[in-house]
Design a protein around this ligand. Sequence first.
Ligand SMILES: Cc1ncc(COP(=O)(O)O)c(C=O)c1O
Length: 372
Amino acid sequence: MSGHIYLSSPKMHGDEQIFIKEAFDTNWVAPLGKNVDEFERTIADYVGCAHAAALASGTAALHLAVKLAGVRPGDVVFCSDLTFAATVNPVTYEGGVQVFIESERETWNMDPAALERAFEKYPQCRCVICANLYGTPAKLDEIAEICAAHGAVFIEDAAESLGATFRGVKTGRFGKYNALSFNGNKIITTSGGGMLLSDDEAAIKKARFWATQSRDPFPWYEHTELGYNYRMSNIVAGIGRGQALHIDEHVAAKKKIYMRYKEELAGLPVSMNPYLEYSEPNFWLSCLLIDRGCSVTPEDIRLALQAADIESRPIWKPMHMQPIYKDRDFIGAGDSVGEDVFARGLCLPSDINMSEGDQARAIEVIKTCFKR
Ligand SMILES: Cc1ncc(COP(=O)(O)O)c(C=O)c1O
């Protein structure tokens, strides 16, 4: 009951070892093999996308998506503002210029109204990257429609939202290109890894080509294009195959954690990270938002939890507030949602290895902060 409580740590089940052993037994210790093929098939089927390429990271998947979208030096790309930097950094890898789009209140994700305004200001934009923050689906139908109306490629960053659904459809298939992450803290993990999903078979083949050093079909090494070493190893994919058996179980465990916080914190001047009634998040991270005017700050809670050996984390700092992107444009909606959520919010321990007693301990610390 008194050990360290993590924000979100890996949960292994033993199945992973079976597939890793198979890779060892067959000596497929390489960036290709049966585990890679099967993991790609399993995740593509689960999400409902036709094709997938298993990669070294979610960031690699986003980079290849940006390349497939044809982003060239100087091109404007509209990006989520309230997200992790990996959503937007790949634009810079290709020399593109991010324009950050404000969030809305109902999901904390890209505001379709602000996106519309961005197209008025930059009608030349041909690519939009939208993340589903903390596993909560954005207004994906509206965003996809706006992109289509303006002839822009929609890239869905579903790194945090595997298993979430929007109007009954899994996230990770709303974009022309979609990225997943299997980083150590995600809903399922391969220790590190990612996947690019698309219904466009030729695009996924091209991504695999780029990801394996762009080797032209010659007996010797011949290259007409710049290549990358971005493929997932067959060992790592073995972990993924084992983990994939447990996606829904992990989502259910995350939901239970979220619902318990919601119930137990109901009497405090706080609310939980919101979602649309017609979407079902994967509840990857439970977050609280302190009511306006309350003297308790997220940092008070974070430090109190830290003193009790419990990990929590500030809300991701919006991209338009990041020093590296200080010269980029930001399309607001009149209500600074990202800045406000960053100021009043906190990511709570959402670890599925956490026992009910552990969560009770975290809840008690939070409650104590409001008694002072
Ligand atoms: C929203 C988002 N996009 C992209 C990534 C990048 O994924 P990876 O760490 O696998 O490169 C992450 C997580 O790390 C993320 O949270």
